[in-house]
Design a protein around this ligand. Structure first.
Ligand code: SF4
Ligand code: SF4
Length: 514
């Protein structure tokens, strides 16, 4: 790159569109120097902005390497995890991560979540939300720039695009010179690979809902359930559309997080920042040498647009904080490369704060406060919820009992004078062995317990067998000959006790009278 020649080059976007892809507030420092008309807000901002196709240029550097590493790890986990096995014994599936709708279980390595334990999902959602807030408080949209599936898949699709269509300049030139056989062949190759990746993305998703090797065999021999093909089709379409075609539009117009994030940030959060205190007034290398020789101010920015060319969302970070910026750090890599070539210090664009820029301008040292009230608060909630979940997971029982009283009728009086209430009982056996439980009821002076269809009932107790990793639903009739006060509602305690281990569970309901 010749820095002097690139001074007037436009951003790498398809100019077919007329409006801006987003609205950026000009930086005060920029307003004072480079673009007076733009900075003064003289541009008319249309209500509708047609999409400008962006051709991001490839870039090398620290943040690009971090993004590649995250891409390999996250996509590797996503595509391969369904094939990881986990031995749970003879009566349980051996897939490490499985959402089994047929038995209504979620398996995650050694953890098995039952439908009654869906509150763990609530805990996970709280932790995920707080982690997002914490990331935002520490380093802005770090989720958007590095971890969001939209960013990861878009990165992958852009890499495929560069393989097939060439880097920015070649791709742009080819697109501007109309259709040729070569362009058509490259386009076919690109879309074919995109569709294959999208198809495998949808395919990997359904493997989390059934035994993966079996489902792969069934899919290949067209014997899989129709719903599996339908989901693969839907996810193939959404992946291809969102990562291949819509890209930055998803971040700028569809995703609510940038709006929420903007309300949650503060002046200490690190963001990808153009250090205008160092960069302005921007001018070419030659001109800045002349200005400096005559003791006039000259910034380090040579206005080469490299930071804009590599930006996947087409943002010029020098215009200040922008909703379109996903904080991926690629402009830092691009600018560091430029600075290295012209022999100036790196990090003209860096993770920094406007507060620090102002402090440096006032001759004060930079201030970094990662530990502050909001980061401590978010971290404390994450730790507290994680600790509660861990405690309940490690101490949870392997049996459970729930009771529901019949609503209609609430009670019946039998011809021999017995007053009877009916209940639906559900006994859970979360272990992988057959178990027998003694069911008892307490709360009334005399109790006549009957379990419908069970012959082991003896007045106050019954022996109930429950299969491994199963739930058994029973209908229990509780009667009494005692006289009760009018409109009685007497608490009854139902208990189950394992005949071998003595492990217990209980549930409370009421006995109603006339
Ligand atoms: S900030 Fe860096 S990459 Fe961007 S135009 Fe200035 S010198 Fe070039
Ligand atoms: S401005 Fe920089 S950090 Fe923001 S999206 Fe563009 S390249 Fe990434």
């Amino acid at each position: 790159m010749n820095a002097d020649e690139t001074l007037e080059r436009p951003p790498a976007v398809d100019d077919a569109g007329t409006g801006p892809a987003f609205i950026a507030l000009p930086h005060p420092a920029v307003a004072a120097s480079a673009r007076p008309a733009e900075a003064a807000g003289a541009r008319q901002v249309p209500l509708y902005a047609p999409r400008r196709k962006i051709y991001p240029q490839s870039v090398h550097g620290t943040f690009r390497r971090i993004k590649w590493a995250i891409l390999v790890v996250t996509l590797g986990i996503y595509y391969l995890l369904p094939f990881v096995r986990w031995d749970r014994g003879p009566n349980a599936p051996d897939q490490a991560v499985l959402i089994d709708f047929s038995t209504r279980r979620f398996y995650f390595f050694f953890i098995e979540i039952w439908p009654q334990e869906v509150y763990y999902l609530t805990g996970l959602l709280i932790i995920a939300a707080m982690a997002l807030f914490l990331m935002n408080a520490v380093a802005g949209r770090v989720w958007c720039g590095y971890l969001c599936p939209q960013t990861v898949w878009t990165d992958l699709f852009q890499m495929i695009e560069r393989w097939t269509e060439g880097d920015q300049r070649a791709h742009l030139q080819r697109d501007r010179h109309g259709w040729t056989l070569e362009r058509a062949a490259r386009a076919v190759a690109k879309h074919s690979i995109w569709l294959m990746v999208a198809w495998w993305t949808g395919g990997a998703w359904v493997l989390y809902f059934a035994d993966a090797p079996t489902l792969v065999r069934e899919l290949a021999t067209f014997q899989a359930p129709i719903v599996a093909y339908a989901w693969i089709g839907i996810l193939t379409f959404t992946t291809y559309s969102l990562a291949g075609h819509m890209r930055e539009q998803v971040c700028q117009y569809m995703c609510p997080w940038p709006r929420i994030q903007a309300a949650l940030t503060d002046e200490y959060a690190l963001n990808v920042t153009y250090r205008y205190d160092r960069g302005e007034p921007r001018c070419s290398v030659k001109k800045s040498a002349a200005l400096r020789a005559s003791a006039q101010p000259a910034g380090d920015c040579i206005d080469c647009y490299q930071c804009v060319y590599v930006c996947p969302t087409g943002v010029d970070i020098r215009n200040g904080a922008n909703l379109g910026c996903i904080q991926c750090g690629l402009c830092i890599d691009a600018c560091d490369g430029v600075m290295a070539k012209i022999g100036r210090p790196a990090r003209l664009i860096a993770y920094d704060t406007d507060l620090n820029i102002r402090r440096r301008q006032e001759g004060k040292p930079a201030l970094h406060r990662i530990i502050r009230l909001r980061t401590v608060f978010y971290a404390a909630i994450i730790c507290a919820v994680a600790a509660i979940m861990l405690y309940t997971l490690t101490t949870r029982s392997s049996e459970g009992l729930s009771v529901i009283h019949d609503r209609n009728p609430m009670f019946v009086r039998l011809s021999d004078g017995e007053l009877r209430n009916a209940y639906t009982l559900r006994i859970l056996n979360k272990s992988l062995e057959m178990r027998s439980f003694v069911l008892t009821v307490d709360g009334l002076a005399d109790i006549d317990l009957k379990v419908v269809g069970d012959t082991t009932t003896t007045g106050r107790s019954a022996l109930i067998a429950v299969g491994p990793d199963q739930t058994r639903e029973l209908r229990a009739l509780v009667g009494t000959y005692s006289s009760l006060p009018p409109e009685a509602s007497i608490p009854l305690t139902f208990r189950i006790s394992d005949t071998k281990t003595g492990q217990r569970a209980s549930a409370v309901d009421h006995f109603r009278g006339p």
